[in-house]
Write a protein that binds this ligand. Sequence first.
Ligand SMILES: [Zn+2]
Length: 72
Amino acid sequence: MSTCTSCEAELRPEWKFCIMCGTPVIPAAVRPERAETAVGQKIATYAPLVFAIACFSLAAIVIAWFAINVWF
Ligand SMILES: [Zn+2]
């Protein structure tokens, strides 16, 4: 819950102005949280992909090792 910078009244996220004093609600304080959330979502999106690529790479190395040392 954010508060008004002028009168410190509690502000709801959907409010564009403070209902107590009319001060415009500045979303700057919210932006860093959104940026962190965006980064977190990117990590959450790409982490399984990176994990899958790492698994395939490891599998390829193991198969190559078997091909060189066992089959030949
Ligand atoms: Zn206010």
